[in-house]
Design a protein around this ligand. Structure first.
Ligand code: PBG
Length: 343
């Protein structure tokens, strides 16, 4: 070991002595070489765009907690679907803000074949048949208490909720939905929906299970968007997964796949990359993440304050999902990213 001149201290070994001849910075030295060795890439084909619906015509309301995100009446949703298709976004996911007068204890409006979700599906599929439609099969936009299930004596009753959600899934399929996505975490919902779809001739309608939906604080802005934040009493811990758990997420997913899920989703996204990674390793099935409202709002808020570069943070967060093993991402950034990626 040589000495650092004058100090008499032992000098650290030469870098090549430590690394051999390996120098990882060689491939990082230029844009061309970084592009050449890049392992993961985000493309427009990875995007699913969640959009919020409201009744009426030519209505467009910004969601205060989600700058840049709007609730749209069906006619304007059709326009956005046309724009999405032009951008090459493969699919939309719709979430309704249902008029308060239509919400009740059991969420019965979900069984109206002409409810807001189904009207939007029909209109979009008619105007833009080439875009994939993913519909949310859950009661929370329709209940007067904001829970995802039928509430009786303070309890979310599982099996009755499942029956209702399965019936709603059939109506959604009849309206033209390509993928039914139950987000309520009731036990047995995937099997019941599969059976109901098949019994009604909808063998080709797929199921994306919100396989691992965690009880999370990151859903706040979404609840404002669909108008459940003022209604919801208590929390959803008796049906969403405890966010301390990871093995349980494996068991949930195993169950949903056994019951017939075609694709699985992890929600929220970024704080749960470990779950995505585990599920992809374990099951090797089409795996998606939902970059939820709170994640979107955090990036937007920090960017609006000039604290981060919003565009870069958006792209980095989405690429992280790909690196973790996702096949695609539900993200409110979808149109913006698509525009960027298309130059
Ligand atoms: C409930 C549902 C939630 C979201 C979509 N559907 C969570 C909730 O309100 O508890 C969250 C989506 C988001 O935050 O972007 N079925």
């Amino acid at each position: 070991m040589h000495k650092i001149a004058r100090t008499g201290l032992a000098a650290p070994r030469n870098v090549d002595e430590i690394t051999g001849s390996r120098r990882l910075r060689r491939m990082r030295k230029a844009d061309w070489s970084r592009r050449l060795v890049q392992e993961n890439r985000l493309t427009v084909d990875d995007l699913i765009w969640p959009i919020f619906l409201i009744d009426g015509e030519n209505r467009r309301e910004e969601v205060a907690a989600m700058p840049g995100v709007h609730r749209l009446s069906v006619d304007l949703a059709v326009k956005e679907a046309e724009r999405a298709a032009k951008l090459g976004i493969p699919a939309l996911a719709t979430f309704p803000n249902v008029d308060l007068s239509l919400r009740d204890q059991t969420g019965s409006e979900i069984l109206n074949p002409d409810n807001l979700i189904n009207r939007a599906t029909r209109a979009i599929k008619q105007a833009v048949p080439e875009i994939g439609m993913i519909t949310d099969a859950a009661l929370d936009p329709f209940t007067s208490h904001g829970h995802d299930g039928i509430l009786r004596d303070g309890i979310i009753v599982n099996d009755e909720t499942v029956d209702q959600v399965a019936a709603a899934a059939v109506l959604q399929a009849a309206a033209g939905s390509d993928i039914v996505a139950p987000s309520d975490m009731m036990d047995g919902r995937i099997g019941a929906i599969r059976e109901a779809l098949d019994a009604n001739g909808f063998q080709d309608v797929a199921i994306m299970s919100y396989a691992t939906k965690f009880a999370s604080a990151f859903y706040g802005p979404y609840r404002e968007a669909i108008g459940t934040s003022g209604l919801l009493k208590g929390d959803k811990k008796t049906y969403y997964i405890d966010h301390a758990n990871s093995d349980e997420a494996i068991r949930e997913t195993e169950q949903d796949l056994a019951e017939g899920a075609d694709m699985i989703m992890v929600k929220p996204g970024l704080p749960y990359l470990d779950i995505i990674c585990r599920l992809k390793d374990e099951f090797r099935v089409p795996t998606f993440a939902y970059q939820v409202s709170g994640e979107y709002s955090m990036i937007e808020a920090a960017a609006a304050n000039g604290w981060i570069d919003g565009e870069k943070a958006m792209l980095e967060s989405l690429l992280a999902f790909k690196r973790a093993g996702c096949d695609g991402i539900l993200t409110y950034f979808a149109p913006r990213v698509a525009e960027l990626l298309r130059g």
